[in-house]
Design a protein around this ligand. Structure first.
Ligand code: DX5
Ligand code: ZN
Length: 215
């Protein structure tokens, strides 16, 4: 399948978000990546429902919400109502991951699970057939513009192996430090979705960068 590009709005221009979203609407990016941070699970605070609702009005593209918050269970339906197409939670702060995945799907969204750099792929062996997406963090979550952790490529390969072995249909998404210098090896390792924040928005020609990442 062709690689899906998911530009991360964390690196967009918040003073003129509409302009950046219009650019993404015209681009080859299929998804918009939306990072929600609470200052507890990660050492940063980003944005939430009011911004998501506004973004929803400005785009028909798939909105891929990445939750980096504690205590998300009471908000699952609210994320759907605000415009999320997919909702990804972290393995590291999920006590009842199976229940959460079912709740996300019941609310009408694609369900994803994210792994921090230190978390091995094998923790997913009993849940891989339930999830639509595995998000492999290739930086420690919390900030855009960090350096890609090289060990991620072997994790992507291990994830692909698990998916094939269990006959799962989950997609593999890679998030953090993805750019034009490393996208090829990330895709070769088995990634289906590339998140790119800094690489797209700090580029002089974001639309062209998206096209090049896709190639
Ligand atoms: C980091 C976020 C990422 C971030 C990626 O915690 O999950 O989605 O926006 O940004 P870049 O591509 O700049 O590393
Ligand atoms: Zn993210």
């Amino acid at each position: 399948m062709p690689t899906i590009i998911a530009p991360s709005l964390l690196s967009a221009n918040f003073l003129n978000l509409e302009k950046d979203i219009e650019m993404l609407n015209r681009s080859e990016a299929e998804w918009l990546h939306f990072d929600v941070m609470d200052g507890v699970f990660v050492p940063n605070i980003s944005f939430g429902f009011p911004v998501l609702k506004a973004v929803r009005k400005a785009t028909k593209k798939y909105i891929d919400v990445h939750l980096m918050i504690h205590q998300y269970d009471n908000f699952i339906e609210e994320f759907k109502a605000a415009g999320a197409d997919g909702l990804t939670v972290h393995f590291e702060n999920s006590i009842h991951l199976h229940r959460t995945i079912q709740a996300i799907k019941k609310a009408g969204m694609k369900a994803g699970v994210a792994l921090n750099p230190h978390t091995p792929i094998n923790v997913l062996s009993e849940i891989i057939n339930e999830v639509d997406l595995v998000l492999i963090m290739s930086v420690n979550p919390g900030f855009g513009g960090q350096k890609f952790i090289e060990n991620t490529c072997s994790k992507i390969a291990a994830c692909k192996q698990l998916i094939e072995q269990k006959k799962s249909s989950a997609l593999i998404e890679v998030d953090g430090g993805v750019d034009l210098t490393n996208c090829k090896k990330i895709i070769s390792a088995g990634a289906n979705v590339l998140v790119a924040g800094n690489a797209v928005f700090a580029s002089t020609n974001p639309m062209q960068t998206i096209e090049e990442l896709k190639k």
